[in-house]
Design a protein around this ligand. Structure first.
Ligand code: SF4
Length: 412
């Protein structure tokens, strides 16, 4: 906001910017609340003199109609605190504001530009571990209207409908060479570790690919929570993908408990290189074995399996699931639950082993750990040797003195 603008003038601009069109003085005054006529009109005059607002008149009806419009371009900052992939909500907000003629900037990570003053700031935080940092960030814009959202801070805030269904602004992330979106949200299950049921409720369809597919893209990433829970919808979406000749990635994977020959055939026809499923709990073993049989029967010999570890299970249970899938010729992607709090290093070893295609195919977990530890010991021995060599090159009085306890010149 420019210097010298009073609080009342700022409120007038905010209301007009929000309305994105004409507002009569009566409606404007009502939106602002209690204010004397004198201050109100004085503020309008001052804003008009500075070319920040204008009177607008429409003729043609029995009475001339008119109102006030804001001439100020709104500066919008979108802050993507921690998204791993382009942030869909921010891309939709960007599309919305650019369509209004607003200036839109994107800032990635917790650092934000300090020089420009923004009128509206949207902060999106995906992971709860970054929630505090995102809240702190929100306080850095005392003059802006700040919206803080994302599953890291709030499960209930959603975009208004007129923004939710806009084509995302893919230009916001220049590296994004695919289209992305949800065709359905929610789930029929209630897994304890998952935020989907709390955030999106029961499985329901929300759109089809044409709402977010940018015709320049040959690939589409679907963020759908559990698309096999809606069999007819899955068929419809698969048809659209095949008709348009798109490559597709179902980011959340498929629910193996809902797999049958019908939907396995559809998955096969989508030409997904290795479709993704999940084996999160030990008691799903029968469903997993049955699923692998169905996949093989339909020409899919290998899938990638998300294996959640560190949530209400033991390490042995995690290792069993990973090894079982390895025996069955499947690929594995270990996901650590709350990795910051997992102190048992075996979990990170398990992830590093299983998620690296080469090591997973060529050695067992025990072999991997032995090799890794040998490697670390060799590195430590080499570092010790190097340190001794450096010490020998020092003045005799400094030999054997660690860097931290090195005497100062005056002490020598
Ligand atoms: S099946 Fe998947 S989406 Fe549904 S609640 Fe479980 S983890 Fe979440």
């Amino acid at each position: 906001m420019g210097r010298g603008i009073s609080g009342l003038q700022k409120s007038i601009l905010e209301v007009l910017n929000e309305k994105k069109g004409m507002a009569s003085t009566k409606a404007l005054k009502k939106a602002i609340g209690r204010v004397s006529d004198q201050s109100f009109y004085r503020s309008l005059n001052s804003l008009q003199k500075r070319n920040l607002i204008a009177w607008y008149k429409e003729h043609g009806g029995p009475h001339s109609q008119g109102g006030l419009v804001s001439l100020k371009r709104v500066n919008v900052l979108l802050v993507d605190v921690d998204s791993v992939i382009p942030n869909l909500a921010l891309m939709k907000l960007s599309a919305f504001h650019k369509a209004q003629g607003d200036n839109v900037d994107l800032s990635r990570g917790p650092k934000v530009p300090s020089k420009i003053e923004y009128d509206i700031v949207y902060i999106s935080c995906i992971f709860s571990r970054n929630g505090r940092a995102a809240r702190r960030l929100a306080k850095r814009f005392p003059n802006a209207k700040v919206h803080l959202g994302g599953s890291g801070v709030d499960l209930k805030t959603t975009l208004p409908d007129e923004i939710e269904h806009l084509m995302p602004d893919y230009e916001l992330y220049p590296e994004c060479d695919y289209s992305m979106g949800y065709t359905m949200r929610g789930c029929i299950r209630n897994c304890e570790f998952c935020i989907v049921p709390k955030k999106d409720g029961k499985a329901h369809h929300v759109s089809d690919i044409y709402e977010f597919w940018d015709r320049r893209h040959k690939k589409i990433v679907l963020l759908d929570d559990n698309i096999l829970a809606l069999p007819q919808h899955f068929k419809k979406i698969a048809k659209q993908i095949i008709k348009e000749g798109l490559r597709v990635d179902f980011q959340s994977g498929f629910d193996v408990r809902l797999l049958n020959d019908d939907n396995a055939k559809i998955i096969k026809s989508l030409r997904i290189h290795e479709p993704t499923f999940a084996w999160d709990e030990l008691d799903m073993e029968n469903a997993v074995l049955r699923g692998i049989e169905i996949l093989k029967r339909n020409g899919i010999n290998r899938a990638i399996w998300y294996v959640l570890v560190g949530f209400n299970t033991t390490f042995e249970d995690a290792l069993y699931r990973v090894n079982r899938l390895r025996e069955l010729g499947q690929r594995v992607y270990v996901m650590l639950y709350n990795k910051e709090e997992l102190e048992d290093r075996r979990y990170s070893h398990l992830r590093d082993w299983a998620n690296a295609r080469m090591s997973f195919a060529s050695c067992t977990f025990d072999e991997y750990v032995r090799t890794r530890e040998n490697g670390v010991q060799k590195q430590m021995a080499a570092a010790r040797k190097e340190r001794k060599k450096r010490e020998k090159q020092l003045h005799p009085i400094l030999q054997g003195v660690g860097i931290k306890s090195m005497p100062r010149h005056g002490d020598l």
